[in-house]
Design a binder for this molecule. Structure first.
Ligand SMILES: C[S@@+](CC[C@H](N)C(=O)[O-])C[C@H]1O[C@@H](n2cnc3c(N)ncnc32)[C@H](O)[C@@H]1O
Length: 255
């Protein structure tokens, strides 16, 4: 699946806030190595530098487009690696290992958390965030429309993003020597501009289906999705639209 850094960054403020709130719960003062798995276009690296100025900062992403964007803006000394996080391994213990809004793209990612946890240095932390909105109308609509006969020839068998219940992250990350903090936040995003729910979801969750469709069908899909979303997420008197968006966060500190 291809990512479009510019499209993703159109909602940079909202998308970055989740990472700020995740990092705020990381209780690690000194770090030598800080890694962000699924770093995207590199818009979050400044937070890591500000928080751990002496650390080697590494961003890892599998998308060539995201990696190119991240490298173009990465300050000197920051390393951006193109790799699949399922195969990526640190060459030394990681003090802060983060992954935000990424693991939902990795099928069965709960099974992988043990491996990520094992990379964390004593006194360090693994901090992850995933969307928990796949049962919300924005995504239900997306999957239902993709299954429509007009689109099914291109969309059947598509891999959709998914995440687990908060308690599943708590269970998997807990264990002797670990202190785990799991929480959810729901953001009432106030969106403006034309077809704002479609515009939001086009940067992330809708990418598999939009990428799969030929041009004519993609245009038709966009038109039908926008019309259906406008029914479920009506415009307010000032023209804005509210999109409630829940995220689950987990921080596992290694004692
Ligand atoms: C929604 S963006 C999140 C970017 C950033 N972490 C943030 O919080 O805004 C998801 C990123 O995960 C990357 N990604 C998805 N699957 C991946 C994998 N298996 N290995 C590495 N990166 C992956 C994508 O290329 C994309 O850049």
């Amino acid at each position: 699946m291809r990512w479009d850094p510019d499209e993703y960054l159109r909602r940079k403020a909202e998308r970055s806030r989740a990472y700020d709130e995740l990092l705020a719960r990381v209780d690690v003062v000194d770090a030598e190595l800080v890694v962000d798995l699924g770093c995207g276009p590199g818009h979050l690296v400044d937070r890591l530098i500000a928080r751990w100025p002496g650390a080697q900062i590494v961003g890892v992403d599998s998308s060539p487009d995201m990696v190119a964007a991240a490298r173009a803006q990465a300050p000197a000394g920051v390393r951006i690696e193109q790799a699949d996080l399922r195969e990526w391994a640190a060459d030394r213990p990681v003090d802060v290992l983060t992954s935000n809004a990424t693991l939902q793209w990795v099928p069965d990612h709960l099974a992988m958390l043990e491996r990520l946890r094992a990379m964390v240095a004593p006194g360090g932390a693994l901090a992850i965030g995933v969307p928990s909105n796949f049962d919300r109308p924005s995504h239900v609509l997306l999957r239902a429309l993709a299954a429509d006969a007009a689109f099914a020839p291109w969309t059947s068998g598509l891999a959709w993003p998914s995440s687990a219940a908060p308690e599943a992250y708590l269970d998997v990350l807990s264990g002797p020597g670990w202190r785990v903090d799991v929480w959810q936040s729901t953001y009432w995003h106030v969106l403006d501009g034309p077809d704002p729910v479609l515009a939001w979801i086009s940067g992330t969750g809708a990418r598999p289906v939009l990428e799969a469709l030929p041009d004519a069908e993609r245009a038709d899909f966009r038109r039908r999705y926008a019309a259906a979303a406008a029914e479920v997420y009506p415009s307010r008197p000032d023209g804005t639209v509210v999109l409630p968006f829940t995220r689950t966060f987990a921080v596992a500190h290694r004692r």
